[in-house]
Design a protein around this ligand. Sequence first.
Ligand code: GAL
Length: 381
Amino acid sequence: MKRLKTFGCVFFFAAVVGFTFSCISTGESLRPGAAWYDTNGRWINAHGGGVMHHEGVYYWFGEHKIAGWAGNKAMVGVGCYSSTDLYNWKDEGIALAVTEQSGHDIEKGCILERPKVIYNPKTQKFVMWFHLELKGQGYTAARFGVAVADNPAGPYKFLYSSRANAGVWPLNITDEEKIDNSAEFADGQFSGGDDDVARKMNVIARDFEGGQMARDMNLFVDDDGSAYCVYSSEENGTLHISRLTDDFTRHSGEYVRVFPKRWHEAPAIFKKDGRYYLLSSGCTGWSPNAARSAVADSIFGPWVELGNPAQGRNPYTGMDHSLTFGGQSTCVFRVEGTDTWIAMFDIWRPENAKYGRYVWLPVTFTADGYKVIWEDEWKLK
Ligand code: GAL
């Protein structure tokens, strides 16, 4: 009996140690799709995120979600974590907080998604952009929002939100597409994905004066220091790539349409050896679909679509490449000083939003484009 008790105590102790250890980040590797914890042993809460490198430190910004369905609205703001090795993430707190102020653009309960941060060396400011939907208006506002900070982890100060490039035509539009034919579709409902109304309507002409819709988005800084925003526009039917002003806080008015009526979401642009690459998804809301990839020799195109770059299967979701491992892209970034690019995906969990998971995988470049191949566990070289 005594031996049994001792065994029980030892077992219990080992289980507690084991559990505590597994709750603290893995420390030495990346385990896509597993439960990820920060250096305090808490669930990493940075969804739809992006990683920025600054002076030897990586900063991971993302949607800080609460548990349950309510977490699909912004109840807290944008979270930030920091790391020097990309394995161990320290909670830096809330970088941009939503406000209790009624009627404010980023009032608690708005939808604030896919925050991304870039550094502007001229102004020495960190500039955050995100997709913003005003409180109580579903996904109809379709705006981008901008906030700035003096320090990478914040606090960020909200500047403004808006639709994009009002009163300016893109560089690559035809005269036919400039005709506002929206009256013909006055009763039409948009599904947010590929539908007949959005396919036939010149949404860009409808929105010319008020500004173009800006939903899923990302930022990209080119080698010459110019920054761009890529976003799903025109009822999600068409991507826009838009150059930002020198201070990175506004659209410059110089932009192009990419893949008209191809319904791309979750775009991420990256560059290797002078070539531009795009990773994106189709439009199926929180449900996964097949990832997409594209390549171009110039940021403004022409862009050539290459197909689904995913390969392999996620054992946690049981989903393979055809559903992007159960994930949706959110960012691709370079590991400083190396030839490794990391593609980040979210495994959304809308019914319990906080507990969505993360899939980070290395990008494998090929002669034509690239692949993102599943690994259960991997290390940086
Ligand atoms: C996805 C989008 C997410 C979120 C979601 C809402 O397609 O990528 O960021 O907006 O729809 O249903």
